[in-house]
Design a protein around this ligand. Sequence first.
Ligand code: FAD
Length: 501
Amino acid sequence: MPVVAVREDSESELCRPETPGKLCHSIAVPQYKDVVIVGNGPSAITLSYMLAGNWPYYRGTPVQDIFLQERLRGVMGKSLLEVDLEDLSQGLEGRSRNPISLLYDALVHPGADLGKDRGTTLRWRFKPNKVVDHVALGRGLPGGSWQSMNESALTISFGSWMDLPKFKFREWQFRKMPTTAQEGRATIGDVSQYYLDYVVHQGLKPHFLNNTLVTCAFQRTEPTETESDSPPFWEVHGQSEDGPVRYVTPHLVLACGTSDKPNRLDIPGEDLSFVVHTLKELEESFERRGRLEELMVVGAGLSAADAIIAALRRGIKVKHVFRRAANDPGLVFNSLPPALYPEYHRVYSMMKSGSTENYRCFPRSKLIGIRSNGIALVEGVHGCGKIPVSCVALLIGTKPDLGFLDPEIWEALSAGAHPKFGRLSLDVDALTMESRCFPGLYALGPLAGDNFVRFIQGGALAVAKRIHENLGNIPKALPSPADKDSSIPVPRACDVKCPTP
Ligand SMILES: Cc1cc2nc3c(=O)[nH]c(=O)nc-3n(C[C@H](O)[C@H](O)[C@H](O)COP(=O)(O)OP(=O)(O)OC[C@H]3O[C@@H](n4cnc5c(N)ncnc54)[C@H](O)[C@@H]3O)c2cc1C
């Protein structure tokens, strides 16, 4: 049975915006969009596909759960975007705590967790009259965090679990590389290329504004005449390759992931030039500095393991420092079957054995300082040691960068989040993914407690359904979806100060 684990190193505390109430310099007149999505990863891509008029229908083939099967009989011929998703998702259990995520997964990967994925039970129909005017604003290229991961590493999940709606990863593989396409895990490089191609293949490119950083998002406090009967609109400012962009929208979707800010130890020497905080920076220093003598890796998650694998492959000596004991049952390796994840289990074996030719570990230890002469100070159960290093990789998890949000909103969103969804998630209604305190604000993916691509798409379904229901209530005087280039002027100064609490 294939088993996947939530990456231990992705679980950490939410960070406070570092620049609360920062100034948003923008000269652009805001453009109206029915939906603005922050992010362009798998969450944003799936939502964009649905908002682009592609509606899912149950096609009648068997699902694993007999009670769900029975309930599905009542929705034949109707799109999932038109039916009661709460009712359909009753009683489902699995690797997500969001009911609609479980429902979507049960329909798209029936029996997957029992090792017999029978293929999707959904078919997609394009409905031109259901196209919603939307834009996805992303820091890099479509694929989101997949574009900044180590390309040669393997996915944790099976390749087929990386599928986005309708155009499957395997289908993409067969088109791209018919001779080498295979079952099982995929390379991260292939998945990131698939997401890039998916956006083009599904005609979503016009909805994506890439290489655009959202710098500020806030609820408008002075509604215009047309807005007065509806919930407050959101204003979003960003910086694109072509200059500032500015949107106004009744629906703001946060699909910005949780991997933008690497966690720090806040120890002396952490900012020295030979200290890195991401795998990408480590790869760069392998290339820039040629052969490294001694690499110190801090952390006991999968990113730390990836760094160790990459270093040993290059013949670099590794010193591995982590806080837990090597036999701690909470280590992520214990949830990965050895047959499926042999490379991670090789690292785990080394951690348990203590040292091998080029590897030595320091369990139950902390890095407490790094000196400019390349000496790392490590504190363990038996005291403090000085270890010479030529590079230090601190791979101890990440957190989202929500510094673009009005701090008041950020505080309220994170304060109300249920701890069972993990410390990174925001307080949203599990059936709609809409914020409980800020109408019109939604969260998707890891920000809503779903870490795996298999499940985050259910969140997109919930958001798309809610938005379609809401659009009927938006005042008619506002520009229609067909009126793509329309904009409404806003009575605000050009330099807008995000409201402070
Ligand atoms: C190393 C690694 C391996 C993984 N392997 C797997 C796996 O095998 N299977 C699996 O299912 N999941 C895996 N995951 C988890 C998976 O990557 C995420 O769950 C998924 O990518 C989340 O998608 P998303 O669209 O919500 O966010 P992301 O993919 O994180 O995309 C969000 C994007 O929004 C951007 N963004 C953030 N703020 C702004 C802003 N202000 N303006 C503009 N853009 C912004 C971010 O930079 C990012 O590019 C892995 C994660 C990591 C780190």
